[in-house]
Design a protein around this ligand. Sequence first.
Ligand SMILES: [Zn+2]
Length: 426
Amino acid sequence: MQKKIEEIRKSQGKLLVKNVKYSWDNIPYYKQKMKEAGLKPEDIKGLEDIHKLPFLSKADLRYHYPYGLIATPLDNVVRFHSSSGTTGIPTVVPYTKRDIELWAELNKRCLETVGATHKDIVQVSYGYGLFTGGLGLHYGAERLGAAVIPTSSGNTMRQIKILKDMKTTTLACTPSYALMLSEVIKSNEMKVDELSLKRGVFGAEPWSENMRKRIEKGLGLEAFDIYGLTELCGPGVGIECSEHNGLHTWSDHFIVETIDKDGNKTDVDGEGKGELVFTTLQREAMPVLRYRTKDLSWITWEECACGLLHPRIGRITGRSDDMLIVRGVNVFPSQIEEVLMELKGVGDHYQIIVDRDILDKLMIKVEVTNEIFSDSISELISLEKEIKKRLFEMLSLSVDVELVEPGQIPRPEGKAKRVIDLRKDM
Ligand SMILES: [Zn+2]
């Protein structure tokens, strides 16, 4: 077994060397970054040299929006996907024909790993469009030879009718949408055994083990966590096997590392906790070398009972920066601050509280100014409404707002602790 793993790592090294040369030749910015680090392609001789390479971050990708990091002529690009760009500049990801084929292959593998075959009926309830979820799973399921029902997200009653009438066996969507489907099914007094679901492939947001239990019970299926990032291709980077002991990441397509906050490797001997860093090995249109994901996890090459030799990463438990993911929506505290601070009547202090009942709940506690506090109650009510409305416009998320009198929110002695995420204990 150890010998086989060594062989895998050796071939990862070979692909890395090739990819470094390819990136040097085709992405001027990457060449510049390597030069700044005092590196030439020939300095990277194998996997053992990967730590010499500079990191790439989301900021690099944004800075070169939209076409700056494309390694192929635009003529060879057949598809673009993009991040939502909620904080400003979106991340644009190009694909060549081969990239699309390999992406489909990765998603096919993921579906196979969770036990799906050509006999399955796969309902893809991820959004279709710039978001990678819908089309990623769609292509993977088609490649598997399964029957795909491309429902996309939304229209819950129709989704449920299709689940039931068309005897869907495999559901792919975000975990919060899966939970919502199960709640609607329950409130319509439908029984779970009216459905034919066997498994669900859920991802694009972190979700707890408690949520898994609720989804499995509510939909009568086995729930699997799938991992991916737009910058790496989309879904299909990693998937849980039936052991549910982490997510296998495809070693012939990605090198995974973990680093600490200072960028030092923490995966010495193949294990360690930290921020996940990915290097793509086969992408043509936009290879990424040592891309910092901000996702916190661990890696292991330990043998898995399922027999797959691909290394496993742990389920994502948090982000290394301050971004909150609330019901699958990326929320930056700075966005909230932006909304609050432009409104007359809002004081200088506020807190963002995230909790999880069944779904995530976002609550903002806002101190009002003395002036408005001594005004009529109707002023306060209309301020509360205005904050809710503006936050909804910005985040597409309903937010609970509690207005409090001046002095109610603790003043920080050092750095303000404005975000309280109560979900972390789950
Ligand atoms: Zn396994």
